[in-house]
Write a protein that binds this ligand. Structure first.
Ligand code: ZN
Length: 321
């Protein structure tokens, strides 16, 4: 008789929601799953207490886990289990999250930031299985990334490795939240695609009618999803916007591929649902930018919203002993 895989608790502190789930690795699904959308007024202590309540419910329902893995949406000192801050929610400055959870539950706990954890989730359970060297990039409201090198998460000196979103792909390009211009994030994330559409509308009076109709006549309503929709329907203006954004992403990925020569690049996030033209452009632009000896293998993520949660399972597995 083989010993069953240990029961593991995965917690995900996202920007707008808290998720807790319980599974046994190899089971391929959740034994129990809870999601809570945090109100705009939430602060760190509120989120922490709410997550404790979700974890308590799962433990009462499924049983006591062997370990807890935590994904956190913000910079984390993974070795110390310390949350540095949240970009979305106040009151998370220098919180020793791993220590607190360990004291509360009397269990081993591992904590890391969401991009690193999502990379681990895809590597262990998703589209990165079988790789030794993997770059995971999420393309949604921002662009984040995480590395697996030689089968282990690579976090860098400050835990900030994989910040591909703030590598420059266009000198003097679109303004970025970090204060610079032409970052990959500003050029190719969802809001970046919408910004490019608005910019091209300004520069090309009389164009973009199909897209403007989707936006009910107001350029401020334009979203990346609308651009992808109009592009799929054949609108030349939207195709140009989508292709130019996808090209910048391919360029940024090509730079990372040249530097590290990963086995595979896994792309997740809502913008990856932009259709075949987007995927084809990203792959072609990456290939055009790498040395001929380097293989380019860019694939869609297996998980959408749940990549950090599956990564948290993998983190828990590592400390479960
Ligand atoms: Zn930036």
């Amino acid at each position: 008789m083989t010993t069953p895989a240990p029961l593991l608790l995965a917690l995900d502190f996202g920007g707008t929601k808290l998720t807790a789930a319980m599974t046994r690795p190899g089971r391929g699904g959740w034994l129990a799953h809870r999601r809570f959308f945090t109100p705009a007024t939430a602060d760190g202590p509120y989120e922490y207490n709410k997550m404790l309540a979700l974890a308590g419910e799962l433990i009462a329902e499924v049983g006591r886990p062997a370990a807890i893995g935590v994904s956190f949406g913000g910079p984390v000192d993974a070795a110390a289990g310390l949350v540095r801050l949240s970009h979305h929610v106040p009151g998370w400055e220098n919180v020793p999250l791993a220590d607190r959870l360990r004291d509360t539950f009397g269990l081993p706990v591992a904590v890391d930031n969401d991009a690193n954890v999502a990379a681990l989730g895809e590597y262990r359970f998703g589209a990165g299985r079988g790789c030794q060297n993997l770059l995971y990039v999420t393309v949604s409201t921002g662009i984040g990334g995480g590395w697996i090198l030689n089968g282990q998460p690579y976090r860098g000196a400050d835990g900030m490795a994989g910040e591909i979103g703030h590598t420059i792909v266009q000198t003097g390009g679109l303004p970025c939240v970090c204060g610079r211009r032409g970052c990959l994030e500003a050029e190719a994330c969802g809001p970046g695609i919408a910004n490019r559409a608005r910019l091209y509308l300004e520069q090309n009076a009389g164009q973009g009618d199909a897209l403007l109709r989707l936006a009910q006549g107001d350029p401020q309503n334009i979203t990346a999803k609308m651009v992808a929709e109009a592009a799929s329907a054949g609108d030349p203006f939207s195709r140009r916007v989508l292709v130019e954004s996808a090209r910048r992403l391919g360029l940024g990925l090509g730079n990372a591929i040249n530097l590290m020569n990963p086995d595979r690049v896994v792309l997740g996030g809502g913008v990856t649902k932009s259709g075949e033209l987007w995927w084809q452009t990203v792959r072609e632009a990456a290939r055009a930018n790498v040395l001929p000896e380097i293989s380019v293998n860019i694939v869609p993520a297996a998980f959408t919203d749940d990549a950090p949660l599956w990564g948290a399972v993998a983190l828990a597995e590592q400390v479960a002993g």
